[in-house]
Design a protein around this ligand. Structure first.
Ligand SMILES: NCC(=O)N[C@@H](Cc1c[nH]cn1)C(=O)O
Ligand SMILES: [Zn+2]
Ligand SMILES: [Zn+2]
Length: 475
C-alpha cells in the first residue's frame, strides 16, 4: 500500500504543524527551574488535551514531589494515552519528553529562545524545537494526518510523555514499574525519537546510549560572601579550592583523570571496531556541529568512538559564583560545582560515585584548606544497549527508506535517555531510537533548531513506521 496520500497530506499541512510547534515552544517548560514548574505542568496538560482532541483515552499520573532549592514542588505529570485497542494489531509504545533545557537570550541566542523563528534556510529555531517538542508533536501530527485522509492506523499506540527528562526523569521509573503489568501490559515494542543523526543528510537508527552520573561538589567556607579587598589573603577561599579540584578531573585532551573509571570500560573487539568503518561521518560533520575546528581527535573514527563507546567527563558550571557582566570583587562563600560523567558498558553508577567521592575527598585533603567539602551524585542513569537485528529495527529501517530513499546508519548515541533502559528491563521489550533531527541541531545549546525538512519528513517517517510495524513479522 502506498502512503502517497498520507505524505501529501503532511506536505499540505506543514505550516499548521510549524505553527503548533511555535505555540508549544513558547511554553517555558524548563524542568530544572523551579519558577518554570507551573509552565512545565501546563505543557503536560497541553499534550493531554491534544491527545484527547485526537480521540485517545488519557491518564494523568502525578509522580510525586521534588525538593529543589529548599522548596517542595509537584513533579510535572506523566502523560499516558492509548490510541486504539484492537487486539489484532501490534501495540507500540511511544515515549518522549515535553520539558526543555534552560535558555536565555543573553547566552548568545540570535532570536528569543521561546519564540520559534524560521530563517531563510528553513531552520526552525527555538528551545525544544528538536529536543524534544518537535519529535513529540510529530507523532501526534502523523496521527492527525491519518484521520484527515480517512486512513486507519494499522497499529495501536500507547504514549508516555514526561516532563522531567532533562532533570534526571525523577519519578518516572516508579510509574513505569508500577504500570508494567497494567497500562503497559500489551506493548509489543517501544520507539523513542529523542536523539540525532550522525550528519546532516543521512538518517540513522540508534541502538545504544551512554549513561550519565551528575555530580554536585559543594565547598563551604565563610558564613557569607565576602569583600576580597577586606578578606582576600586572610581566608581559605572556597572557589579556589573548587577550581583546584576541578582541574584534577579531566585534562584538555578529554582524558578522565579519576583513577579506576577507565578500568570499567568494556574492551574494544575487532568486530566492534569494524562497525565504525561503515558509518557515514567525517570530521567536517563534527566541525559543522561545533561551529569551529576545535575537535580533539584527528580522525572521525576516534571522534565517533569517544562519543559512542568511551566515557567522558564534562564540567558544566558553578552555582553560587559570580558570573554576571562587570567586575564584582566578591569571595563566594559556598560555590557548588557541577560536572557529569557519561558512562558506557560495563560501568556501574554506584562504583562511579564511589570512585568520584574517594578521589575528590583525597584531593581535597591534599589542599590543606579549612573549608569543608560535600560531594553528591544528583542523579545517575545506566548506559543502554539493544539489538539492532530486532523486527522493531527492521520496521524503522523500512520507514526511513520509504521517506528518504536511504538505508539508515546504525549508531550509538553519546547522550543519555535513562528511561530507555527502564522500558527495556521493566517491559522486556525492544526499544528503537528513531531520530528526527540532524547533527547540527544544537540541542542544549544556543540557537537550537530543527530543520523544516527534518520536521516534515520526520512526521512522514513516524507514520510510515506505524505501517511498517504492522507488516513486519514478530519473531
Ligand atoms: N535528548 C536526550 C537528552 O538530552 N538527555 C539528557 C538527559 C539528562 C540527564 N541529566 C540531565 N539531562 C542528556 O543530557 O543526555
Ligand atoms: Zn531529549
Ligand atoms: Zn535534552
Amino acid at each position: 500500500m502506498s502512503l502517497e496520500k498520507f505524505f501529501n497530506a503532511i506536505d499540505a499541512n506543514q505550516d499548521i504543524y510549524v505553527q503548533r510547534l511555535k505555540e508549544i515552544v513558547a511554553i517555558k517548560s524548563i524542568s530544572g527551574e523551579p519558577e518554570c514548574r507551573a509552565d512545565t505542568i501546563f505543557m503536560g496538560e497541553w499534550f493531554l488535551a491534544e491527545l484527547e482532541r485526537l480521540g485517545a483515552s488519557t491518564k494523568r499520573v502525578e509522580p510525586g514531589t521534588q525538593e529543589i532549592g529548599g522548596r517542595t514542588l509537584p513533579l510535572p505529570p506523566v502523560v499516558l494515552a492509548t490510541y486504539g485497542t484492537d487486539p489484532l494489531k501490534k501495540t507500540v509504545l511511544v515515549y518522549g519528553h515535553y520539558d526543555v533545557q534552560p535558555a536565555l537570550k543573553e547566552d548568545g541566542w540570535t532570536t528569543d529562545p521561546f519564540t520559534l523563528t524560521e530563517d531563510k534556510e528553513g531552520r526552525l529555531i527555538g528551545r525544544g524545537s528538536t529536543d524534544d517538542k518537535g519529535p513529540v508533536l510529530g507523532w501526534l501530527c502523523a496521527i492527525e494526518a491519518h484521520q484527515q485522509i480517512g486512513l486507519e492506523l494499522p497499529v495501536n499506540v500507547k504514549f508516555c510523555f514526561e516532563g522531567m527528562e532533562e532533570s534526571g526523569s525523577e519519578g518516572l521509573d516508579a510509574v513505569i514499574v508500577q504500570e508494567a503489568q497494567a497500562y503497559f501490559k500489551d506493548v509489543d515494542c517501544v520507539c523513542i525519537s529523542d536523539n540525532y543523526w550522525l550528519g546532516k543528510t543521512k538518517p540513522c537508527l540508534t541502538y545504544g546510549l551512554r549513561g550519565v552520573s551528575y555530580f554536585m561538589v559543594s565547598v563551604k567556607g565563610p558564613a557569607a560572601d565576602l569583600h576580597s579587598g577586606v578578606f582576600g589573603g586572610t581566608v581559605h577561599e572556597p572557589m579556589t579550592d573548587l577550581v583546584q579540584l576541578f582541574s584534577k578531573l579531566v585534562d584538555s585532551q578529554g582524558r578522565i583523570l579519576i583513577p579506576g573509571i577507565m578500568d570499567q570500560v568494556a574492551p574494544l573487539t575487532d568486530e566492534e571496531r569494524k562497525l565504525y568503518d561503515g558509518l557515514e561521518f567525517d570530521t567536517a560533520d563534527l566541525r559543522a556541529a561545533l561551529g569551529t575546528e576545535t575537535e580533539i581527535h584527528d580522525n572521525s573514527i576516534d571522534s565517533l568512538m569517544h562519543r559512542m563507546r568511551y566515557p567522558s567527563l564534562s564540567i558544566h558550571g558553578i552555582e553560587g559564583a559570580f558570573y554576571a557582566p562587570g567586575s564584582k570583587t566578591v569571595i563566594p562563600s559556598n560555590p557548588i560545582g557541577k560536572f557529569s560523567i557519561r558512562s558506557v558498558p560495563n560501568m556501574d553508577p554506584a562504583r562511579v560515585t564511589e570512585l568520584v567521592k574517594a578521589f575528590l575527598d583525597a584531593e581535597f585533603e591534599k589542599l590543606g584548606t579549612k573549608n569543608t567539602l560535600e560531594v553528591s551524585c544528583d542523579h545517575a542513569g545506566r548506559p543502554w544497549f539493544s539489538s539492532p537485528n530486532h523486527w522493531n529495527f527492521v520496521a524503522g529501517a523500512r520507514a526511513v527508506e520509504s521517506v528518504y530513499q536511504l538505508k539508515p546508519d546504525l549508531t550509538r548515541e553519546g547522550g543519555s535517555i535513562p528511561v530507555t533502559l527502564t522500558f527495556q528491563e521493566a517491559l522486556d521489550k525492544n526499544v528503537l531510537l528513531l531520530p528526527m533531527g540532524a547533527c547540527d541541531d544544537g540541542a542544549h545549546s544556543i540557537n537550537e533548531k530543527v530543520d523544516r525538512r527534518n520536521f516534515v519528513e520526520g512526521i512522514k517517517m513516524f507514520g510510515s513506521y506505524f505501517h511498517e510495524l504492522a507488516k513486519v513479522v514478530m519473531e
